[in-house]
Design a protein around this ligand. Structure first.
Ligand code: HAM
Length: 420
């Protein structure tokens, strides 16, 4: 038998339903935000990632799958999508043509990490990148789209962490103080952090080793170093989130493992992914220029599909139920039920019913099995009174609704259930 390489998974049919639910929901939400799809290559010249993510990051220095092509050029399997999207955006000259541009992508990424639960060598992401706006509202849109995806998928038990890591104007003073704080403690640092102290000191705040964690508690905090415009940007983002009803926690240690970030960084975390963050991102205002484009502010995020799947599986969150099951009795009712099912479907509401009705009891059983959220009951009385009964299977409430108001009522009930 030939086994698959470590950290690489086969996805069998039992997981596909939830998998598709995640992808479908992400696509729906991206459409709602006018974020349009880009398909980027699975491999790039290694330089794209070295330049984009940073030579000194773990991803580039330790985790990339690289190889030489027949011409001796170094190629790498993409460890993430942002650098590729920026390369494509610049290469196609979109920064000249489009004042703003919102793109999303989906697909496999590759990192040679130590495999464990929620940490794979081939994993899948969906992500979005918003180009052209320096306003915190763009950060808000990136965060709000991920938040809506999480909510629509059915996730509730998670926390949004945010931070600002400043800009090239204000960060150097922080880095200087950070270095001098750690200089006298070098002997207590793990071997990775001793190296980081010289080459990439911000990463010290990201280290998960216990001994380094102790030292972090007394380290300088970046909030105290932000210049006026970074501080205002951060304050505005917080007020937009509060106004948009998106709760968050500030995490002064959230520096992220990629070098391109400026100002906002954020992560969506939940205990049961195995690895904490199921989505993460931030602003990267200097990256387009680093790739040879004209200065273009940008912000984005990516989510780990396998980590979201673990969350859905551990919390027993199923892919969405059927919206409406129609229970009917009698010839006229069958006719009305057919018309109602088609009208619901035309309004984007999923509906199902039996062709040969076998009594209310067995139809209700079927509705239960199909996990229907609502049941519409159409019998002789309902037809003569022009009033259909609607039972909310989640709350147990039953309501009589005039036929002409049925679709509006159903849509309202469903949207109330989705917001729960
Ligand atoms: P990242 O934090 O490296 O950011 O990855 C984003 C998400 O991908 C993580 O939160 C996690 O859910 C998932 N992920 C990362 N590594 C693994 C792994 N080895 N196994 C399973 N899942 C993993 C980025 O990739 C940035 N490009 C995000 C971004 C977009 N920032 C701005 N725009």
């Amino acid at each position: 038998m030939i086994a698959k390489p470590p950290g690489i998974e086969d996805i069998f049919p039992d997981r596909i339903e939830r998998w598709n639910h995640v992808i479908r929901t992400a696509r729906d939400v991206f459409r709602l935000f006018n974020i349009r799809e880009i398909i980027i290559p699975v491999m790039e010249f290694t330089e794209v990632f070295a330049r984009g993510i940073g030579d000194e990051t773990d991803i580039v220095s330790k985790e990339m799958f690289t190889f030489e092509d027949r011409g001796g050029r170094s190629l790498a399997l993409r460890p993430e999508g942002t650098a590729s999207v920026v390369r494509a955006y610049v290469e196609n000259g979109d920064y000249n043509r489009l004042s703003s541009c919102k793109l999303f992508y989906m697909g496999p990424m590759f990192r040679a990490e130590r495999p464990q639960k929620g940490r794979l060598r081939q994993f899948n992401q969906f992500g979005a990148e918003i180009f052209g706006s320096a306003h915190p509202y763009a950060d808000f849109e990136a965060i709000a789209s991920m938040n809506l995806i999480a909510h629509k998928i059915g996730l509730r038990d998670y926390t949004l962490l945010i931070n600002s890591i400043g800009c090239p104007a204000c960060r150097p003073a922080f880095i200087k103080d950070l270095k001098s704080y750690y200089a006298s403690k070098k002997s207590q640092l793990c071997s990775d952090c001793s190296r980081r102290l010289e080459k990439n000191p911000l990463r010290l705040l990201d280290c998960k080793v216990d001994a380094c964690g102790q030292l972090k508690t007394e380290a300088p905090v970046i909030a105290g170093y932000l210049c006026d415009s970074c501080a205002q940007h951060h304050a505005k983002l917080k007020s937009l989130l509060a106004e948009g009803g998106i709760s968050f926690m500030e995490d002064p240690l959230l520096v992220r493992g990629l070098d391109y970030y400026t100002r906002t960084t954020f992560e969506f975390v939940s205990g049961s992914t195995g690895q904490n963050a199921f989505a993460a991102g931030g602003r990267y205002d200097t990256l387009v220029e680093m790739f040879g484009g004209k200065p273009t502010p940008a912000v984005g995020f990516a989510a780990g599909i396998e980590r979201i799947l673990i969350l859905l599986e551990t919390n027993k969150i199923n892919s969405p139920a059927l919206d409406v099951y129609i229970v009917h009795s009698g010839d006229n009712a069958f006719h009305e039920a057919r018309k109602t099912a088609m009208a619901l479907r035309a309004s984007g509401i999923s509906a199902d019913m039996e062709a040969e009705a076998k009594g209310f009891k067995s139809q209700f059983k079927k509705a239960d099995r199909e996990n229907a959220r609502l049941v519409i009951i159409i019998g002789k009385d309902e037809i003569s009174q022009n009033q259909y009964s609607i039972k909310n299977m989640i709350t147990g409430n039953q309501q009589s609704v005039a036929r002409e108001n049925l679709i509006a009522y159903v849509a309202q009930e469903l949207s109330a259930l989705r917001l729960k």
